[in-house]
Design a protein around this ligand. Structure first.
Ligand code: CP
Length: 305
């Protein structure tokens, strides 16, 4: 309905991404600023979340705004049959901005088309998670001091992993070389490989997580095999432990290697890796606060000096 929204990272140009990173840097230096006084933001989480919801809510609180919303859709009138359209139309009466996570792919796009206020997609099924990508790119920039020409190895659930799909789109502006490591059952969908081909992005695909690929990697992006995306739990059992990063596997890796993970982790990174200076996933989640403050201010046209 004419309001700017953030639905897919593919809608953002390179310049849009760099603008958000610059804003994130400002909030990283000073996260407490009274920029949202009088504004109300709604968090509508139809799917579980820890980091995304809490970092968005922290972002609004630290900027002096107010939060309404729900973290458990079973307490809302959607259980009485209220449609997503009606929910969005209601909440837009109360809030200046809606942050929504939904299990259905395309739900955020639909909400953005009917909403009179901006929508931020906080994850829609296996599709996209654009603010995760912005915090991932900010984390890559902070750890590598550049974004161009990096070797990025992505491991785990590349089929259903929305953070993976968004990251491929988001990093495509910076001439990456991707290494996709996944079991046959969870290979990257062809739509993303076709996208890489069209953009002349180099990539390799393998089922083995070898030292050969690890030792040329700048960014290792580990992901969880997502039990909630499987309709057949036997299929999940077959692949759930297929890749586990151990500390000894980091011997021989580049000094600048940093390990990212969108989290939550189950067992795909052993706990003792946390002590390695190459582990960056907790700091990465911390960067979510700054990236989300940047996105909120950008969509609300708030001037940040
Ligand atoms: N990375 C991420 O989306 O985490 P949550 O599911 O906890 O929000």
């Amino acid at each position: 309905m004419g309001e700017k929204s953030l639905v897919s990272i593919a809608d953002y140009t390179k310049e849009d991404i760099l603008r958000i990173l610059k804003l994130a840097e400002k909030f990283d230096r000073q996260p407490n600023q009274n920029l949202l006084e009088g504004k109300v933001c709604a968090t509508l989480f139809f799917e579980p979340s820890t980091r995304t919801r809490l970092s968005f809510e922290t972002a609004v609180n630290r900027l002096g705004g107010r939060i309404i919303g729900f973290s458990d859709a079973s307490t809302t009138s959607s259980t009485k049959g209220e449609t997503l359209k009606d929910t969005i139309m209601m909440v837009s009466n109360y809030a200046d901005l809606i942050i929504m996570r939904h299990h259905l792919e395309g739900a955020a796009r639909y909400a953005s088309e009917i909403s009179p206020v901006p929508i931020i997609n906080a994850g829609d099924g296996a599709n996209q998670h654009p603010t995760q990508t912005l915090l991932d790119i900010y984390s890559i920039y902070k750890t590598q001091k550049k974004l161009e020409n990096l070797n990025i190895t992505i491991v785990g659930d590349l089929k259903y992993g929305r953070t993976v799909h968004s990251l491929i789109n988001g990093m495509s502006h910076f001439n990456p070389t991707f290494h996709f490591v996944a079991p046959e059952e969870l290979r990257l969908p062809s739509t993303y490989k076709n996208f890489c081909d069209e953009q002349h992005i180099k990539y390799s695909e393998q089922t083995d997580f070898t030292s050969e690929v690890l030792n040329q990697t700048d960014i290792l992006y580990m992901t969880r095999v997502q039990r909630e995306r499987f309709t057949d739990l036997m299929e999940y059992e077959k692949v759930k432990n297929v890749y586990i990063l151990r500390k000894d596997m980091l011997d021989g890796t580049k000094n600048n290697l940093r390990i990212l993970h969108p989290l939550p982790r189950v067992n795909e990174i052993q706990q003792d890796v946390d002590d390695s200076p190459k582990a960056y996933y907790f700091q990465q989640a911390g960067n979510g606060l700054y990236a989300r403050q940047a996105v909120i201010c950008d969509l609300l046209n708030i001037n940040v000096d």
